[in-house]
Write a protein that binds this ligand. Structure first.
Ligand code: NAD
Length: 263
């Protein structure tokens, strides 16, 4: 299927590795002009070079800490300066630390809000005015299956990401009249650095082996395996496409059947 977005401009954040990198690859494959960001210059440069070489598309790479509003706004300005627009925004960022309620002080709660809610607020605020003028836009928030089915030991993620989905749903209503679609995607377990880190953190607390935990996570879903990051990007690319013009305000699970609820 031709997604109809060749020549559009996409900004995919935290895209030097993991799920964000796969989203960047899939959009580059569709012929978008791509802007990527991360905090570490060498890792970002390397990822941008690989995408440029593989998909022969224009790639702009910008170092940015997404918890800093000034840096996020200036990144969006730089992308508009180079490519003339941001048509597609995919908001990805790191995940907050694991732990139960009594393990987190106020600082940790505020950091989680900065990381997963305010990063989305800053970027959306920066891109929306020019999308409204052109009456076309796609915004996707990358959250977690924890917004549909809270995950034990991840209380920060369970709480703050639910706010991000509330933001996406409200934005879908506000921005729909301008042809801007806003959706959330909710990954289950994918084999990335984040999941490996969570398995190692948990194993160090329980004296277990990270691989045993990964195997247990795999057994929780219908497909009985952890996802490959390459299975994630196509969904986001579709949501960002011309073909998804009547799809807004949704929060779509991509979790191998992990979530047990009907909807
Ligand atoms: P990851 O940890 O492999 O990658 C996240 C990237 O975000 C890293 O490159 C990290 O350096 C970057 N980052 C962190 N803080 C940042 C900041 N302040 N500014 C800029 N970049 C920052 O994670 P992933 O597995 O690719 O997952 C992507 C998102 O989806 C994360 O929020 C994660 O918590 C969430 N998620 C992942 C899974 C999974 O199975 N992989 C499941 C549910 C939710």
């Amino acid at each position: 299927m031709d997604l109809g977005i060749a020549g559009r401009v996409a900004l995919v954040t935290a895209s030097s590795r993991g799920l964000g990198y796969d989203v960047a690859c899939r959009l580059a494959q569709e012929g978008v002009k791509l802007a990527m960001c991360a905090r570490t210059v060498e890792v970002l440069q390397d990822a941008a070079d690989r995408i440029r070489d593989s998909y022969q598309t224009e790639v702009q790479n910008i170092v940015c800490d997404l918890t800093d509003e000034r840096q996020s706004t200036s990144m969006v300005d730089d992308v508009i300066g180079r490519f003339g627009a941001v048509d597609i925004l995919v908001v990805n960022c790191g995940g907050p630390p694991s732990g139960a309620f009594m393990e987190h002080d106020d600082r940790r709660w505020r950091d989680a809000v900065d990381l997963n809610l305010m990063s989305a607020v800053y970027l959306t605020r920066a891109v929306v005015p020019q999308m409204m003028k052109r009456r076309w836009g796609r915004i996707v928030f990358m959250t977690s299956i924890s917004v549909k089915q809270p995950i034990d030991g991840l209380i920060l993620s369970n709480s703050v990401r639910a706010a991000t989905v509330g933001l996406a749903k409200s934005l879908a209503n506000e921005l729909g009249p301008y042809g801007i679609c806003v959706n959330s995607v909710c990954p289950g377990y994918f084999q990335t650095g984040r999941v490996q880190q969570l398995a190692e953190q948990h194993a160090s607390k329980t004296q277990g082996r990270p691989q045993d935990l990964l195997d247990a996570w795999a057994r929780q879903n219908a497909l009985q395996r952890v996802g490959d990051p390459a299975e994630f990007g196509p969904l986001v690319a579709f949501l960002c496409s011309e073909r998804a013009a009547y799809l807004t305000g949704t929060a779509i699970a991509i979790d191998g059947g992990l979530c047990r609820s009907l909807y």
